[in-house]
Design a protein around this ligand. Structure first.
Ligand code: TA6
Length: 293
């Protein structure tokens, strides 16, 4: 399967399980795994730290199925399809097999590029021509950038997100800083815009679309660490924890898993769509690092 792929010493391609290709990174600065299904970063463990991303022990690892945890690439729409509920939630990019491009390493870490272009499979859901390149720089930090190019002859519109599951020791002892004074809607429950006052705490399901372009910090008090989440090319920050009842409705998530993650997502979410003219590119980027408290 490695075939024509040229991988540096820190990267190997395995099938875990059989028929499910995964890039395994083992570098002095970090370890990690990226499934080619969805170009899905499943794991990132910077040297000297615990795993940063949450990955459900019940996630499916099957071609065409979304992975629960890590960093789902949600594109070309975020959330349910705006007009057709038969189409997959969060778009199709996370369910298709991506192609491995250039993979390089240096002392700072590993840089991997994965590609997806329009195909019969994508056109079954969305009629437009596109090229995606996910660039992942994995080391002491994790920089993940989705390069989106319109390769067609007409403009089209999109939303999307890097739907990052950040691990925490106990969500009831966690807090999100940096959204103070930002307006948000509790997504799909109510269109009412609410102004955030102080940190975001968790004592119920939180599923919020914040009008924010800034950096946020997730204080993991029990884990004695802080996640720092920077971004660009994103007008919305989604904060989600399913809490008890929604967790029970997710078959690929243990009922008792909700205390162990918070999703902080660099997004562009309706009604804020991005319209891309032919030939133009948009880059949605998220930069993660973690510090010990
Ligand atoms: O990003 C938050 C959200 O839109 C929630 O509403 C919840 O549906 C979550 O995404 C998970 O979506 P998924 O399709 O991965 O189950």
């Amino acid at each position: 399967m490695n075939g024509r792929m040229h991988l540096p010493p820190s990267v190997t391609l395995v099938e875990e399980p059989v028929g499910y290709p995964v890039l395994v990174i083992s570098h002095a600065t970090a370890a990690g795994r990226i499934a080619l299904n969805g170009a899905h970063v499943m794991e990132w463990i910077p040297e000297g730290h615990d795993p940063v991303l949450y990955l459900s022990p019940q996630t499916l690892l099957e071609p065409g199925k979304a992975i629960r945890g890590g960093i789902p690439v949600c594109w070309p729409w975020f959330g349910p399809h705006p007009a057709d509920s038969s189409k997959p939630a969060h778009g199709f990019a996370r369910n298709l097999l991506w192609r491995v491009g250039a993979v390089t390493e240096n002392r700072a870490g590993v840089t991997l590029r994965l590609h997806l272009e329009d195909s019969d499979a994508s056109r079954a859901f969305w009629p437009h021509a596109f090229e995606l390149c996910l660039r992942v720089k994995m080391g002491a930090q994790l920089v993940i950038a989705l390069h989106i190019r319109n390769t067609g002859t007409e403009a089209w519109s999109m939303t999307g997100a890097l739907h990052t599951y950040l691990g925490v020791g106990d969500v009831t002892e966690a807090a999100v800083l940096g959204l103070d004074d930002a307006f948000y809607v509790e997504s799909r429950l109510s269109p009412e815009r609410v102004e955030q006052s102080g940190p975001v705490y968790f004592d119920r399901e939180v599923d919020r679309n914040y009008e924010s372009r800034g950096t946020v910090r997730l204080l993991d008090k029990k884990g004695r660490r802080t996640h720092i989440v920077e971004k660009s090319g994103s007008r919305a920050t989604i904060v989600w924890n399913p809490w008890i009842e929604k967790s029970k409705r997710l078959p690929d998530l243990p009922d008792d898993a909700y205390p162990h993650f918070v999703c902080i997502e660099a997004a562009n979410a309706a009604p804020e769509v991005i319209t891309l003219p032919p030939g133009r590119e948009h880059v949605l980027e998220q930069r993660l690092r973690v510090t010990r408290d």
